[in-house]
Design a protein around this ligand. Structure first.
Ligand code: ABU
Length: 227
């Protein structure tokens, strides 16, 4: 059975991982393997422990990792988790294994390849006119995104999907080896694909929208190379 590594967070001394991500992996017929960021020196070895990686959602990313000082609007971060995930991304990509970043996971992919973030969308981007922190539950959609016609993502969700949204950070400058493949109506970056097609980042939470077959197709299309 193929195994998908899933990154987790630590809060109040407890390892936390979104049940919806674990359930999605199981539904696709893979074995979930949750990685707690317990030690900077202990990074799982791809190919031995897992066959692909999902970078899960979580807190803000510490700005030192993209060479910025913290702005007043920055929220709580976990620099140990950040460093662990940066090491894990490098090991996984060096082993040519696929990486899917969701929410914070997309932002982490961008930072890992030298892109930068808005530490707070609304403080730093006066043109941001879409609500990116929806008050509704994430099982409900809240805004549309425009997806590039030629992208792999469009094969799953089409060019104008309706998605959920819960983030106050976003990609500011895109990493060199990625293409922007989806944006919100206010221009905020909503999805990226690596030029070698081994990495996909989604800013919204498709794992919370699996009642929509298009959202499930994001996962099935991306991981079909593992079957
Ligand atoms: N929860 C998404 C990652 C952090 C943020 O942009 O709010």
């Amino acid at each position: 059975m193929k195994t998908i590594g899933i990154t987790a967070g630590i809060k109040n001394n407890e390892v936390i991982v979104d049940r919806s991500v674990v359930d999605t992996v199981v539904k696709l017929g893979f074995l979930p393997l949750v990685f707690a960021p317990v030690s900077l020196k202990t990074v799982p070895v791809p190919g031995v422990n897992f066959d692909a990686l999902i970078l899960s959602d979580g807190p803000d990313i510490t700005p030192i990792f993209y060479n910025e000082e913290p702005l007043p609007e920055l929220r709580e971060t976990d620099p140990h988790r950040d460093q662990f995930e940066l090491n894990l991304i490098k090991n996984t990509h060096d082993s040519n294994l696929p990486i899917l970043g969701i929410g914070r996971g997309m932002q982490m992919l961008n930072v890992a390849f030298n892109g930068t973030l808005f530490q707070d969308i609304y403080a730093q981007n006066s043109g941001a006119g879409v609500q990116h922190i929806q008050p509704n539950d994430l099982s409900l959609e809240s805004h549309h995104v425009n997806v590039t016609d030629e992208s792999e993502l469009a094969k799953a969700v089409g060019t104008h999907p309706y998605v959920n949204s819960h983030h106050h950070q976003a990609i500011k400058t895109i990493a060199n080896n990625f293409n922007i493949v989806a944006t919100a109506p206010d221009g905020i970056i909503e999805a990226i694909e690596s030029t070698d097609q081994t990495m996909l980042g989604i800013q919204w939470r498709p794992d919370k929208l699996l009642n929509d077959p298009k959202q499930e197709k994001i996962f099935t299309n991306f991981f079909e190379k593992l079957n």
